[in-house]
Design a binder for this molecule. Structure first.
Ligand code: ADP
Ligand code: ZN
Ligand code: ZN
Length: 793
């Protein structure tokens, strides 16, 4: 950074050489939201600041980088010494926060995360802030949103003033404030309780109450002891726990105040959520908070509702589906410890908690905990790191635990807690296969499945039909010449969508009008091949008649959270209906009247070269089976397959996920694959195949160099280059390398070594600060690193 910018005359070189007082000048290290590996240094002269206070660690500052004004986060300040060449540094332009917005623990966790996943800390840090606080252009707005009006008791309310109160509502308002913590209540909350201007004015005139306006951004979280959290009348109690549940809760609670990781392995419906609730009940108190990470809140409103019911007024929900204002307010409530129970999606792991009592990761196997772009962190793993840093227990719960967590439990790193029985109301569903190899299907539906659906509806129960493929048909085929509609930009087929007569590429979103004639041979004999949810919906509606609703849930029908909510409400109402959808339906829903599930195409999940293909397929199918029979009536699952003797189908039938997982783990151990080794994937993309091959070859040879230099020997293997699943996507060519090491430290050395290699033989890495290998659309060749990848292809 050069200091010859005329906009900042106070730090111009001549000025400084005259006035430089090293004892006064501070050097502030700031993380800016750009792909740098280190913070940037700026100057701060307390003498020139209005209040003279140096920015604290975790506070936001405005700085400029290449003439762009950015909001950065302060990492450190230190006294400038004679060794610092201050003349080259620009000043901090504005200090936005006198109170740091990020707790020390949060900042440390994020810096650790950036290092572990080899990504840019400055960019990652943005995730710790709600969008409204990330840019300087929104300063005004965010301040307004965070200005809160309270009413509190007047300084010296006299007996006679209160005796003279006229109305019942006036007395109620006074009582409410007298019994409230700190004798104050938010204006908005009072209004929602039915108090209005009439009461406020009357009491204010009598000197009984006064209004307080607070800038909450400038507030620091109260210390735990000063702010009692538990509701005074006590939350409603849950179910009486069964013995297994009790033992589980005891194990968790006995680790209060210290780190312990638990894997809670329990069938769907075995009462895991009830265990979380009971543990929370015992652990949250005295300004402590608990974090419950869930895969996707919008898909499971019922789960959130259960927390809210049990802890009324104490639950805060944080996810990206909120508006910017809602997100800011929720974020702030959490920072100020106003809400002890926080339910959130993966980025909630970076919220500013100071005193955590418990971390829960529900459905811990779910892939949505792994971020798939930029910093590819896994919130499930960070939950364990965070719990360890903050000395509290962490519970990873699932009916279908990830192999990583199971292995951690097997090796004793995590304590295994099992709930082996479904609660009284639940029975195991009965699973049957329907071999569809030589059967005629209508919209993907076989006759036995159709009959079972009609029988179920006849008995006035509900049906779930699962098909993990949206659109009308996965391909369009010409019967005369064999042409199949393919995407011009990707190596993929186009999906037929009938409702708007389009062909769409599900990989790059290219949309074309549905052709009436074959573009190759001009014949009019184009036919759809296979079935997606749109086709299944048509067939199901024809099957069940117009009086029974067929409710389709996939990305094409669910534009918004509220649309999904409305559809699910319809199912909850309990009338006979058919719920049809993709994997959105496999996640944690609880519908007591669902008694039949039909899996239209179990085989779709079985074929993939991905490391986790079987694991994922088994989890998905098991979760779908777990949706039925959650009420009084036993459930039944029909699995349509062309491969009835496939081992995975046999294991699904046996309903023994644990046995499946142990077998699969043994296989991974024999192949020395994760979780028995550490893995990183290098994903590369290039403008042409030649660029791709050239770039990957260079990377491979650099890796070899590092391995030789550092004597990494047998400790690490480089596999590849391989083509990606879609070798061509959006006209870019994709390929990858696998790095597999027996020890995490070896992998780390290899990666660190690679990072210090030149970007290309003729072009040394230009800026030492810049992280290498970020995927860039426009570069001829670029690459990125995925540490502990979830998807490996
Ligand atoms: P999971 O989270 O494992 O799917 P839940 O906690 O949702 O299981 O429990 C499944 C159902 O059983 C819920 O309707 C819940 O209210 C009920 N339930 C849980 N524990 C008990 C219990 N000890 N006694 C009676 N009902 C229970
Ligand atoms: Zn043709
Ligand atoms: Zn495409």
């Amino acid at each position: 950074m050069r200091a010859d910018d005329t906009r900042n005359p106070q730090i111009s070189k001549s000025d400084h050489s005259a006035t430089m007082d090293h004892a006064q000048i501070l050097i502030v290290e700031v993380w800016v939201p750009l792909p740098f590996r280190t913070p940037l240094s700026y100057l701060f002269d307390p003498a020139l600041a209005p209040d003279g206070a140096a920015p604290r660690r975790g506070a936001r500052v405005v700085v400029s980088v290449n003439n762009r004004r950015l909001v950065g986060i302060v990492d450190r300040t230190s006294q400038a010494t004679a060794q610092n060449d201050c003349s080259r540094l620009r000043p901090v332009e504005t200090v936005l926060d006198t109170i740091p917005l990020l707790a020390e623990q949060t900042l440390d966790l994020m810096l650790w995360t950036a290092r572990y996943y080899c990504s840019a800390a400055g960019e990652l840090l943005q995730l710790a802030l709600p969008p409204a606080l990330r840019t300087s252009s929104r300063l005004q707005q965010s301040r307004e949103w965070l200005t809160v009006r309270y009413w509190r008791l007047g300084r010296a309310p006299t007996e006679e003033a209160s005796g003279q109160l006229q109305g019942r509502k006036q007395r109620e308002l006074l009582t409410a404030l007298q019994t409230a913590p700190a004798h104050q209540i938010e204006h908005g909350h009072l209004r929602s309780l039915g108090f209005g201007k009439a009461q406020f004015t009357a009491l204010e005139t009598a000197g009984l109450i006064e209004e307080v306006i607070m800038d909450e951004l400038a507030m620091e979280a109260a210390k735990g002891e000063e702010e009692p959290q538990a509701a005074s009348d006590g939350p409603p109690a849950g179910h009486t726990l069964n013995n297994e549940q009790k033992a589980t809760v005891e194990a968790i609670v006995s680790s209060d105040g210290k780190f312990a990781a638990f894997l809670l392995d329990g069938l769907t419906g075995s009462g895991k959520t009830e265990v979380y609730l009971a543990a929370l009940d015992r652990l949250i108190a005295e300004g402590r908070q608990a974090l419950i990470l869930v895969p996707e809140i919008s898909l499971t409103p019922q789960l959130t509702a259960r927390f809210e019911k049990r802890f009324p007024g104490l639950v805060c929900v944080y996810h990206s589906g909120l508006t910017d204002k809602q997100r800011l307010l929720a974020w702030n409530d959490i920072r100020l410890k106003k809400k002890p129970v926080v339910v959130g999606t993966r980025s909630a792991i970076f919220l500013s908690f100071t005193q955590l009592a418990l971390v829960v990761v529900d459905e811990e196997h779910d892939s949505s905990f792994k971020q798939q772009d930029n910093c590819r962190f896994n919130a499930r793993d960070l939950a364990v790191v965070r719990a360890s840093n903050q000395s509290c227990p962490v519970v990873l719960g699932s009916a279908t635990p990830s192999l990583e967590s199971l292995q951690n439990a097997e090796s004793g790193r995590y304590q295994l807690l099992r709930l082996r029985h479904r609660t009284a109301a639940f029975a195991r569903p009965q699973i049957e296969l329907v071999n569809i190899r030589s059967r005629k299907l209508t919209g993907g539906l076989s006759d036995p499945a159709a009959r079972a659906i009609l029988d179920t509806l006849q008995a006035r129960r509900q049906v779930l039909v699962f098909l993990n493929r949206r659109g009308y048909a996965p391909a369009l085929f010409c019967q005369s010449c064999g042409w199949i509609a393919g995407c011009s930009r990707c190596d993929s087929r186009m999906t037929l969508h009938r409702h708007d007569a389009s062909l769409r590429c599900h990989h790059c979103d290219l949309r074309l009008r549905l052709p009436t004639n074959c573009p190759e041979c001009t014949s009019g004999s184009l036919v759809p091949l296979g079935s997606g949810t749109e086709h299944a919906e048509e067939a199901l509606q024809a099957l069940v008649g117009d009086d029974i609703p067929v409710i389709r849930v996939d990305r094409d029908t669910i534009g918004s959270t509220s649309a999904l909510h409305d559809k699910l409400e319809l199912v909850k109402a309990g009338e006979p209906c058919v719920l049809l959808g993709t994997q959105m339906l496999a996640k944690g829903h609880d519908f007591p009247d669902l008694t039949l599930a039909v899996i239209l195409d179990a085989d779709g999940a079985l074929f993939s070269g991905d490391l986790r293909a079987s694991e994922r397929a088994m989890q998905l199918l098991t979760q779908v089976c777990g949706r039925v029979g959650r009420g009084e009536h036993a459930g039944r699952v029909l699995v349509q397959t062309r491969l009835p003797s496939h081992p995975l189908i046999a294991q699904l039938l046996a309903q023994d996920y644990r046995q499946f997982a142990l077998n699969e783990l043994e296989l991974r151990r024999q192949l020395a694959m994760p979780p028995y080794s550490s893995m990183a994937v290098i994903r590369a993309e290039a403008a042409s195949e030649a660029h791709l091959q050239q770039g990957l070859a260079l990377l491979a040879s650099q890796l070899k160099t590092v391995m030789t230099q550092q004597h990494l020997g047998d400790g690490v293997t480089v596999h590849g280059p391989f083509p990606a699943v879609l070798a061509r996507k959006k006209n870019r060519h994709h390929g990858l390398l696998w790095l597999i090491a027996s020890k995490r430290a070896t992998l780390r050395s290899l990666i660190t070594g690679l990072m210090s290699q030149p970007a290309s033989p003729d072009r040394p890495r230009s800026r030492a600060l810049q992280l290498p290998g970020r995927t860039g659309r426009h570069q001829p060749f670029s690459w990125s690193l995925d540490i502990d990848p979830y998807e490996t292809l």
